[in-house]
Design a protein around this ligand. Structure first.
Ligand SMILES: [Zn+2]
Ligand SMILES: [Zn+2]
Length: 538
């Protein structure tokens, strides 16, 4: 029987873990290989990768370098994947530094967990992958330019087009021949925001039988760029006047460079005080900036013009790079105003956590969020108004002024997604929404149905669908996923039982050491927060 099968390994009703396995005519390959991030429930998926059947994947097509689209490649190689990884040249260059960085984070986390486990008399934790595993991916890369179609096997043509999201990011076009029929499938990857600094606007694509569309901002529009630039200027003048710091959690790639570009624009306008140092505290961001300079042909016309004039939009007179941990720590010992750009962008790992610990509780300081904050991350908690957040086993008060500037987003907002959809001209295109939280996807799906009259579906994790021209999308329930009835009565009684056991142990809790009590309290508070969310949602 015909038709192409697509299985959703991640970024289905959530934003991370992008990976879609396609099967056609005896071939099996995948688009993206992203790490699952955010909620603990998502992160456990990184350890359960046998279901990808890595040995049976012939090759990967990678849309871009972000870890939520690429971060599981080392795991695949570790588990026997030996095929090619097709992607654009800048994506390959960025991946070489990003996968090593990701491996380093995995190693550090495992070390930290091991210490704790050894203290409890348990075994060491192994990292998800090591820097060696990451390096094993590099020889598999095959780099392509935009609009340089290629054929991984007879009957499949692939083309990368500029997605306008980050350097080298692509929309992937696939032409699949099955017998006499050819269908065109498009994976949007992450669609950039038009007028984004540094990269071109997303390419307009006119034809697709099936479109796999990202929906990160399906329920929201962005503020415009000028307003965002003004807000950044406001944060700077607020903290400068109070002799405090502006902390900017930022993805190391693209966003960090855009933030510097924005500061460059503010500085030309006289809106960045000359005596306010700017620290780029991220070795990865520093390396990424070099890769941007190496590929000017992938930058947009305005940026190329600035570079041709001999100016450097990726630098500032007061910009200082901090490479080593010592240099990073030194920033926190420094008194007086400064701008600190550091990763990770969602504040759940990396050096930024130190800067937040030192500044979140200070009243004149500012924290400026310039990117999407996934559920469960420290960034999301701060943005949603948490009074305190937990950093390095310590509860830190949030007294700094918090700015959320989504006009710097590297994702199209709702109306921009719809505009991009407007370029497709064929009748009967079917849309599969991916890479978005379910609530946002439902809003976007409704708008698309109303405006374009297309069939839209929102597949769930590990679901499988069949694409067959002229037929409705067929959703195949996967046996291991086929949901048995949930026994709510039992589940709720069981929960209550556990609660009453805990109540019986109150005296024992009270007799524990204070730090241990505080840790248990925090875990319970997290639980309570989650429970309240479930109550609110039901
Ligand atoms: Zn991305
Ligand atoms: Zn993404």
């Amino acid at each position: 029987m015909g038709g192409m099968k697509v299985k959703f390994m991640g970024a289905a009703r959530t934003v991370t873990g992008s990976c879609y396995i396609l099967e056609t005519q005896g071939h099996r390959f995948a688009i993206d290989c992203g790490m699952h991030q955010g909620m603990a429930e998502n992160e456990t998926r990184n350890w359960d990768t046998d279901i990808y059947e890595p040995r049976r994947i012939e090759f990967f097509l990678l849309t871009h370098a972000h870890i939520d689209h690429s971060g599981l490649l080392p795991v695949m190689v570790k588990k026997g994947f030996r095929g090619k990884v097709y992607t654009t040249t800048p994506t390959r260059d960025l991946l070489e530094i990003m996968l090593l960085d990701s491996a380093h984070i995995q190693e550090t986390e495992a070390q930290w967990k091991s210490k704790k486990r050894l203290r409890h008399g348990e075994n060491r934790t192994q990292p998800l992958y090591t820097q060696g595993d990451a390096r094993a991916v590099f020889p598999l890369f095959v780099d392509k330019k935009y609009n340089q179609p290629f054929e991984p096997f007879p009957g499949l043509k692939v083309n990368f087009q500029d997605a306008g999201h980050i350097l080298g990011a692509s929309v992937v076009e696939l032409w699949v021949k099955e017998g006499a029929r050819e269908s065109k499938i498009v994976f949007s990857g992450d669609i950039g925001r038009p007028a984004q600094l540094l990269v071109e606007d997303p390419s307009e694509i006119r034809l697709a039988d099936y479109l796999f569309l990202e929906s990160t901002y399906g329920d929201r529009n962005h503020k415009d760029e000028t307003q965002s630039l003004n807000e950044l200027a406001e944060a700077i003048s607020f903290s400068y006047a109070r002799k405090e710091k502006v902390i900017i959690p930022s993805f190391a790639v693209e966003r960090a460079q855009e933030v510097i570009y924005s500061l460059y624009l503010l500085s030309k306008d006289g809106r960045l005080p000359k005596d306010m140092p700017v620290y780029l505290d991220s070795p990865l961001a520093i390396q990424a900036t070099e890769i941007f300079r190496r590929h000017p042909e992938y930058l947009d016309a305005p940026t190329r013009k600035i570079l041709q004039k001999g100016e450097d939009a990726l630098s500032l007179p007061q910009l200082r790079y901090s490479q080593t941990p010592q240099e990073s720590i030194a920033i926190n010992e420094l008194v007086g105003p400064a701008v600190v750009i550091s990763a990770s962008g969602m504040a759940d790992s990396g050096r930024i956590r130190h800067h937040l610990r030192h500044n979140l509780w200070r009243e004149g300081a500012s924290v400026v969020f310039v990117g999407f904050q996934a559920l469960g991350t420290t960034g999301r908690k701060i943005v949603e108004g948490a009074k305190t957040v937990r950093l390095f086993n310590e509860e830190i008060a949030v007294k700094a002024k918090v700015y959320t500037i989504n006009g710097f987003s590297a994702h199209a907002g709702q109306s921009q997604i719809l505009d991009w959809l407007g370029h497709f001209q064929n009748q009967g295109m079917k849309i599969i929404l991916i890479h978005g939280e379910y609530k946002a996807q439902q809003v976007l799906a409704e708008l698309i149905r109303k405006r374009f009259g297309c069939e839209v579906c929102i597949p769930d994790h590990l679901e499988e669908i069949t694409l067959e021209l002229g037929e409705k999308l067929r959703r195949v329930e996967f046996p291991e996923e086929a949901a048995p009835r949930i026994d709510w009565t039992f589940l709720l009684q069981d929960l209550e039982g556990t609660m009453s056991q805990l109540r019986d142990r109150k005296a024992r809790l009270e007799s524990k050491e204070w730090t241990e009590q505080a840790e248990i309290r925090d875990r319970l508070l997290d639980l309570k927060r989650e429970l309240s969310e479930i109550v609110a949602e039901s």
